[in-house]
Design a protein around this ligand. Structure first.
Ligand code: G3P
Length: 220
């Protein structure tokens, strides 16, 4: 599973990119607004940090507006994926943009039926929101499993991008379910490193070595 960061914060992106495990970035209007820099400018800065697919969302809600915005956003950088919401207009815009070889991430997907429409419209990927389904008492990961099965039944090329992942457990469950991509906040990626036995083991190794060779690795 490819790992994307769900953030528009440049410091977080620089830090995570240096680890060498980030394959791409997803943003949404809320994340961009938090950074206080207009979308085109912020997304261009993100493209300079991470070399991989970078999702940038349109804010128009009508078909013509989404197509116009999508074409504009796609010009920012070759790595841009245009994000359209899963509405009737969004699916129509996805269909048009996809035919122009502009890659589209259909976002705000909450049901397998919606995901089927995204695939039919030629989306590059669909973004089912795991955490937001959990928030209303449903099992978000079940949606990832259902979409992966449906896409695989028919050989759809649309990738499943598990979004709204709120914990390392969500990430692992999305990978088990077969998601092609998982996008997560910086905090969740950072938490994935942690294990108390890693810390304990490393501490023991270093103490044992230092006891045997107090002078250091070169033995001088
Ligand atoms: O970018 C879309 C999605 O990942 C948002 O996550 O935690 O706000 O539901 P969340």
């Amino acid at each position: 599973m490819r790992i994307f960061l769900d953030t528009a914060n440049l410091d977080e992106l620089r830090k995570a990119a240096a680890w060498g495990v980030v394959d791409g970035v997803t943003t949404n209007p809320s994340l961009i607004a938090k950074e206080g820099v207009p979308m085109a400018e912020q997304v261009a800065s993100i493209c300079a940090i991470v070399d991989g697919p970078i999702s940038a969302e349109v804010v128009a809600t009508d078909v013509e507006g989404m197509i116009r915005d999508g074409r504009e956003v796609a010009k920012i950088h070759p790595n841009i994926i245009v994000k359209c919401p899963l509405t009737r207009a969004g699916i129509q815009a996805c269909s048009t943009l996809s035919k122009e070889a502009i890659r589209v991430n259909v976002t705000l997907c909450f049901s397998p039926a919606q995901a089927l429409l995204a695939a039919k419209a030629g989306a590059w990927c669909v973004s089912p929101f795991v955490g937001r389904l959990d928030d209303i008492g449903l099992e978000g990961i079940g949606l990832i499993r259902d979409i992966c099965r449906i896409y695989s039944n028919y050989g759809f090329k649309t990738q499943v991008l598990a979004a709204s992942l709120r914990s390392p457990l969500h990430v692992v469950q999305a990978a088990e379910a077969g998601a092609h991509i998982g996008t997560m906040p910086f905090k969740v990626l950072d938490q994935m490193f942690n294990h108390p036995l890693t810390d304990k083991g490393l501490d023991q190794f270093l103490r044992d070595y230092a006891k045997a060779f107090p002078e250091g690795p070169a033995g001088q």
